[in-house]
Design a binder for this molecule. Structure first.
Ligand code: GTQ
Length: 357
């Protein structure tokens, strides 16, 4: 006997109805009441599983790819992270993709552009760079760099560098779901740098100062968010503000011209958990991919505990309860995240709840 809830489908099968459904099916139609409860859930029910990928488990396998494929043959030498509930769309959580890209000194991946927006978060190695629409950007540990949708980009490691690994984050599953993805390879493989190295950082990373307007592109003019000033800002913020009961001291990376998210579809933040800090649990719509940038701790996600340390990556699915804790009583812990909140917010779909005590 099905539960009879007002307004929810509660129709028992009869031979007449079965025949009717078969007729509808032949006409490529269906009876809404057979699917209504599934397609209109009471609340979000994510297909994504909470997951943690330990860097310690992945690193050796990422490095193995150096001997197995060249960037020329592979296009991009990346090990991507698969959520068991989102294998079909190559997502790590929700509609977000993430992977670990590795390059040796002197290697360059060919320049390309796509309708997907992308970001990188540098995990290890010296000498990495990316070129975005002719702007060459040097990259160091825990730096965060954008390659907004439609921009030509290529990555490499200078000949004097060391083997580099960084995290890629993209909205590939989302853009594919919207059936709006395009991909192009630059004829000639590499761009010629058209600007001095790190020029957009020189122009737009100032302390809330901007040059007289010459920036006409729709994306953030600041393409790199360096670790040292980010961490310094977080420490200042954490020392003078209570922060959020759910996230500790959290700062959003922003487009300095608008104050808004770094890209139309992807937001990013860095949060600091003070020594001993443990946050309260909440849940909200929107999915997030986290990387521990510093320290260690644990998160409880949908009732499951995940212990993390530097470079581990974990995901929080939409509407999953989550809370975070710093394991250390003397040192802070930092979590980098990227998320789909700009999409959720711009569509008016954001909803948040605090877990009742
Ligand atoms: O370098 O833009 O990990 O297009 C997957 C797809 C990286 C990139 C990935 C991509 C890129």
């Amino acid at each position: 006997m099905r539960e009879n809830i007002e307004g929810r489908a509660n129709v028992d099968d009869t031979p007449e109805l079965e025949a009717y459904y078969a007729d509808l099916d032949r006409l490529d139609t269906g009876a809404l009441w057979n699917v209504a409860n599934a397609i209109e859930p009471w609340e979000p029910s994510s297909a994504s599983v909470p997951m943690l990928w330990r860097y310690n488990d992945l690193r050796a396998h990422v490095l193995r790819s150096l001997d197995l494929v060249t960037p020329e043959r592979a296009g991009r030498r990346v090990v991507y992270l698969v959520n068991p509930g989102r294998r079909d769309v190559a997502a790590a959580v929700g509609w977000l993709y993430t992977g670990l890209q590795v390059m040796n000194p002197g290697e360059v991946a060919s320049s390309h552009r796509h309708a997907s927006s992308a970001l990188r978060f540098i995990m290890e190695g010296e000498g990495a760079y990316t070129v975005v629409d002719g702007h060459k950007i040097t990259l160091g540990r825990n730096d965060f760099v954008l390659t907004p949708n439609g921009t030509w980009h290529e990555h490499g490691v200078g000949p004097d560098g060391t083997t580099c690994i960084w995290q890629d984050g993209l909205d590939i599953p989302l853009v594919n779901a919207m059936e709006a993805n395009f991909f192009e390879v630059l004829p000639g493989r590499t761009q010629t740098a058209a600007h001095p190295v790190d020029d957009t950082s020189a122009s737009f990373a100032g302390p809330a100062l901007r040059p007289t307007g010459t920036w006409s592109k729709p994306h953030s003019p600041l393409l790199k968010y360096e670790w040292a000033p980010t961490y310094a800002a977080l420490q200042r913020f954490a020392a003078t503000n209570a922060g959020s009961p759910f996230d500790g001291a959290l700062l959003h990376y922003m487009n300095p011209l608008t104050g808004g998210p770094v890209m139309p579809t992807i937001g990013a933040a860095m949060q600091l958990l003070r020594p001993g800090e443990a946050t309260r649990a909440h849940r909200h719509t929107g999915s997030a991919v986290y990387q521990c940038a510093k320290g260690s701790g644990h998160s409880v996600i949908a009732g499951k505990r995940f212990d993390w340390t530097e470079r581990d990556i974990f995901v929080v699915p939409s509407w999953a309860w989550h809370e975070h804790a710093n394991a250390s009583a003397s040192d802070d812990a930092c979590l980098f995240q990227f998320n789909d909140l700009p999409v959720i917010n711009s569509l008016g779909l954001y909803r948040e709840e605090e877990r009742p005590a």
